[in-house]
Ligand binder design. Sequence first.
Ligand code: SF4
Length: 220
Amino acid sequence: MAQSDYPTARQFLPEERNLNSLARASQGCQGCPLFRNARQTVFGVGAADAQIMLVGEQPGRREDEAGEPFVGPAGKVLDRALEEAGMRRGDLYITNCVKHFKSESQNGGRRGKKPNISEINACRPWLESEIEAVQPEIIIALGAVAARSLAGRPLTVGEAIGNWLETQEGRDLIVTYHPSAALRAPAESDRDRIFDVLASDLSRAWEAVGPMRPGPRAGV
Ligand code: SF4
């Protein structure tokens, strides 16, 4: 079946929208074909009043199993980059622009496959609702798929790096590498460079919201 046979996520949004009701309702979403081959919807997690929202591409195999974003190898890279930037997961809201794992068969197993533009658009009502509920000051797109969903136009990470951009809703947007890029680059020097860019973009956002942050907490 094609995307035109599915209604998009909008039909599954609850009447009353807060993070809890949205997360619950998203478990029943059949807005595009991706729910068919995934175990569960992987909704966002984190601080309901976070000033920074991180948006990745889609859950991977580990996230599909656990039901939480960024718990696999890319999540470990993200944690290292957050630590380098002086941040913790609890400071953020973390989600993906597509909430079901898209995969294809390979050697008897399954491996992740990039969502297409129809699937990204079909899933956008969940992301819009998360943004509406959290009201972040800054959104960080991790990779080109998230950048496209947020900016509403194709954007490469290379052209966006170092710039302040805007989401479709007019919120401040930083586009940086997806943490998995720091695992996949063939050369160690490239992996190091990508990690440094990611950590420095996280740090840039953290500094920008600095004046709006609560005072220092124990352990920070
Ligand atoms: S990927 Fe998004 S739109 Fe598609 S079924 Fe899952 S939650 Fe719904």
